[in-house]
Design a protein around this ligand. Structure first.
Ligand code: KIV
Length: 274
């Protein structure tokens, strides 16, 4: 009997082939039920460290641990069999040295079964990206607004709004491309700069609050579903699930208070006597 699954999971070379072609559809995903719903519709599910805020109510991503990423990565893998799954490397697990990054990235890949990791940083992370990808771990890079730098930057600031910032950001994009990243997230970046980076590098750019010229787009799923009371300006809400959930919970609460315990008529009905 074959041990291989019949379903084809999208591969890294297939994502690379989207360069200047059909846009790459990416959404964050942190749990099994939503992974099942997304799987046929997206190319990549990103188990982003934004789960620290979305799932765990943290202020920022700095408190996210490797264990949290592995737990959610496993759940997303169990709920999917088609989309490529990328798991974020959390703050403190990759910056120190390429060898430490490899050890932690290898844990993510081995324990979750995901295909690739994502890490933040451009030129300063190029050696690490090269080290990981040369040793069998595909890396998605992330430049521009990098949320793990929140304390250094003093907030979540859009990048590239003055031309003086452009050379360093262009150099970041080229460095991660040359280091072997298979794609790069451009977050919170001035539109013309994101468009120029997309034109000048060989790997797909995945924009978030960047440019429609990017080779793909990523959003935090809860933002586009209307579950975030304060979504970023660039987010289009495709549904308004917040009020839908509240209305459902209100209806349930009123049923229970009126002693209409929903569904109990179906629980363990008595068997007819023979
Ligand atoms: O953590 C995350 O969800 C991300 C995306 C917003 C790109 O890094």
């Amino acid at each position: 009997m074959s041990v291989h699954s019949q379903t084809h999971r999208i591969t890294v070379p297939e994502i690379r082939a989207h360069k200047h072609a059909k846009p790459v559809v990416v959404l964050t995903c942190y749990h099994a039920h939503t992974a099942r719903l997304l799987d046929q519709h997206v190319d990549i599910m990103l188990v982003g460290d934004s789960l620290g805020m979305v799932m765990h109510g943290l202020e920022n991503t700095l408190g996210v641990t490797l264990e949290m990423m592995i737990t959610h990565g496993k759940a997303v893998m169990r709920g999917s069999n088609r989309a490529l799954v990328v798991v974020d490397m959390p703050f403190g697990t990759y910056e120190e040295s390429p060898a430490i990054a490899f050890r932690n990235a290898a844990r993510i890949i081995q324990e979750t079964g995901a295909t690739a990791v994502k890490l933040e940083g451009g030129s300063r992370m190029a050696d690490t990206i090269h080290y990981l990808s040369e040793r069998g771990i595909p890396v998605m890079a992330h430049i521009g607004l990098t949320p793990q730098m929140v304390n250094v930057r003093g907030g979540f600031r859009t990048t590239g709004r003055t031309e003086a910032e452009w050379p360093a950001l262009l150099a970041d994009a080229k460095a991660v491309d040359q280091a072997g990243a298979f794609a790069v997230v451009l977050e919170g970046m001035a539109e013309p700069l994101a468009a120029r980076i997309t034109a000048e590098i060989a790997i797909p750019t995945i924009g978030i609050g960047a440019s429609a010229a990017c080779d793909g787009q990523v959003l935090v799923m809860e933002d586009m579903l209307g579950l975030n009371p304060n979504p970023p300006k660039f987010v289009r809400e495709y549904a308004h699930l917040g009020p839908v959930i509240e209305a459902a919970v209100e209806a349930y609460a009123s049923d229970v208070r009126e002693r209409r315990f929903p569904g109990t008529e179906n629980v363990y009905p008595m068997k007819k006597a023979q």
